[in-house]
Design a protein around this ligand. Structure first.
Ligand SMILES: NC(=O)c1ccc[n+]([C@@H]2O[C@H](COP(=O)([O-])OP(=O)(O)OC[C@H]3O[C@@H](n4cnc5c(N)ncnc54)[C@H](O)[C@@H]3O)[C@@H](O)[C@H]2O)c1
Length: 265
């Protein structure tokens, strides 16, 4: 059972996938952990919060849409109230969509940017305000991607949204350094989650619908990943554990590849 270490974290989009693994890992590290997701994921979200409590640390489950400023501000206030403070914000929630750029509608673009860019900006702002008020610094961590370093065909507007997260990370690191707040982002590769199921299906459909479930993902892994296996959410969570810890105190403004060797910086 984890020994509480007096620090508190909030992970958005944590009902499943990478966010869930990050939340559980931070609880193993001894942090109190609040988890967030959409109303439609409430059952899964509550189950994650129960798994966190079972590790012997405090937990809270807060439903909010990260693209809505009022809901984000309310979420951070609730978390600071329930856990006593906020030391680590992981702006993990994100969406993907497979579409050729010529077919991306204004509505597709707005939805992508609302969650992946506005959502991350709002979560970072609300967390930074809380941390500045507390006066003891903090760690702000965003979800970027290998697609924040290289645009991928059929994921054009997704890639654009992740490049934006990288830009925000660099700027926020400079603005908030004086408050002892570091800002970094993790850049996963091909992680076996519901998001890649969607990408696998989307690319398969555009290629004529003959590929079996998982076939496209496996092709990407075989052709792109040096370590030769698909990434697990835990592979991401162990790196975010480092970003949330004191060990990363001298790192800020970085968007770091944790991808099994797809991209090389
Ligand atoms: N899976 C990958 O290969 C991969 C690679 C690189 C980066 N990422 C990024 O990592 C993050 C997590 O991805 P994942 O694979 O776990 O995805 P996922 O789809 O499995 O989980 C994302 C979670 O975010 C939630 N969410 C979506 N919109 C939300 C909103 N407006 N407000 C609150 N919650 C919302 C979803 O309900 C879901 O539970 C995303 O930002 C994604 O872009 C994923």
């Amino acid at each position: 059972m984890a020994q509480g270490n007096g620090r508190a974290a909030l992970v958005t989009g944590a009902a499943r996938g990478i966010g869930r693994s990050i939340a559980l890992r931070l609880a193993d590290d001894g942090l109190d952990v609040a988890v967030n997701d959409l109303e439609s994921m409430k059952g899964e979200l509550d189950a994650v919060a129960e798994d966190i409590s079972a590790k012997g640390v405090k937990s809270a489950a807060v439903v909010a849409d990260v693209s809505d400023k009022g809901e984000v501000d309310g979420m951070v206030e609730t978390v600071a109230g329930e856990l006593g403070k906020l030391d680590v914000m992981v702006a993990n929630a994100g969406i993907a969509q497979v579409k050729a750029i010529l077919d991306v509608s204004p509505e597709d673009l707005d939805r992508m940017l609302a969650v992946n860019v506005r959502g991350v900006v709002l979560c970072c702002q609300a967390a930074a305000r809380q941390m500045i008020e507390q006066g003891s610094g903090g760690k702000i961590i965003g979800a970027a991607s290998i697609a924040a370093h290289k645009g991928f065909g059929l994921l054009g507007h997704y890639s654009a949204s992740k490049f934006a997260v990288r830009g925000l990370t660099q700027a926020a690191a400079q603005e908030w350094a004086e408050h002892g707040i570091t800002v970094n982002a993790y850049c996963p590769g091909i992680v076996d989650t519901a998001m890649w199921e969607l990408i696998d299906e989307g690319i398969g459909d555009l290629q004529g619908g003959t590929a079996k479930k998982g076939e496209i993902m496996n092709q990407f892994v075989e052709s792109l990943v040096a370590l030769g296996r698909v990434q697990t959410p835990e592979d991401v969570a162990s790196f975010v554990s480092y970003l949330a810890s004191k060990d990363s105190d001298y790192m800020t403004g970085q968007s770091v590849m944790i991808d099994g060797g797809v991209m090389f910086s």
